[in-house]
Design a protein around this ligand. Structure first.
Ligand code: PXG
Length: 254
């Protein structure tokens, strides 16, 4: 299982939430992390300090550890934990200003009763296959539908739309990761009295949106201006997207 976390200005953003999600993911696959959540949080901060980084992308990984070949996880008695602090390449700055072009992937998101997308595991083949479709189509990101044909999420980001002043995003039950950036954006929108609806979206809802954007720890908040070669809204990042992104950046530095 893993986490992707960021630090800004020497402070780890939403550290407790990330640690909680890591423990929930481990719990979901019956993997016992050999430390307490507080010890994990301390280890993350200690790694950041040891590497002398203030603005970093932090990757925490918990594996089942060494063992024999075969499927029985009990053959791996001692879990391994490692923490990397590094930089992660963002989308080019120009795309934050002008917006991203994405496609709908034909690879659907994992069925929640097979491998639940709420589990942040390093089994990303499902997402990687969709990412390959995006790259083949000449774009950088793909939106994935769920087993019912509703919009789920992108390969490493959650998705939002704006229509008539309201914010929409698929519910957790659509089979998505409970994104920490997603939660932050919902909280910011509520604070601005922008109505937020977590409801099922179809591809058509994306096409007729006034605005669209993606959220993730790595990508932060990035506008989408074209989906499947169709222009979203006026083809430029919208005012609500900009307002939410601005407040998000303010909070990361607060
Ligand atoms: N959905 C999926 C499938 C993700 O992997 C998010 C949503 C956003 O969640 P947070 O909590 O970060 O707001 C993720 C997280 C990358 C990269 O290289 C992306 C993630 C993790 C690690 C690397 O783009 N995405």
């Amino acid at each position: 299982m893993f986490e992707g976390i960021r630090s800004y200005n020497n402070k780890v953003f939403r550290l407790e939430r990330h640690v909680r999600r890591l423990f929930d993911s481990a719990n979901g696959i019956r993997l016992t992390i050999p430390m307490t959540p507080q010890e994990m949080a301390d280890a993350i901060v200690a790694t950041l300090r040891a590497n002398g980084m203030t603005d970093a992308y932090i990757r925490v990984v918990v594996t089942r550890g060494e063992g024999t070949l075969g499927l029985d996880p009990n053959r791996c008695p001692k879990p391994n934990v490692f923490i990397i602090t590094d930089k992660i390449p963002l989308y080019p700055q120009e795309l934050y200003e002008n917006g991203l072009d994405i496609i709908t992937a034909s690879t659907m998101r994992n069925h929640p009763n097979a491998l639940n997308p709420r589990l942040k595991s390093l089994n990303y083949l499902n997402n990687i296959l969709a990412k390959i479709e995006a790259i083949d189509a000449g774009v950088l990101e793909a939106v994935m539908l769920n087993h019912l044909g509703f919009v789920a999420e992108c390969t490493g980001d959650n998705i939002f739309t704006v229509r008539e002043g309201r914010l929409f995003t698929p519910p957790i039950a659509a089979g998505i990761l409970e994104g920490i950036t997603r939660d932050e954006i919902i909280d910011i929108a509520r604070g601005f009295n922008i109505p937020v609806r977590e409801e099922s979206l179809t591809r058509h809802d994306l096409y007729v949106a006034d605005e669209c954007f993606l959220t993730g720890t790595a990508a932060e908040v990035i506008p989408v201006v074209r989906i499947d070669k169709r222009t979203v809204g006026i083809g430029k990042p919208g005012p609500i997207t900009k307002r939410l992104a601005e407040e998000f950046h303010r909070r990361t530095r607060a």
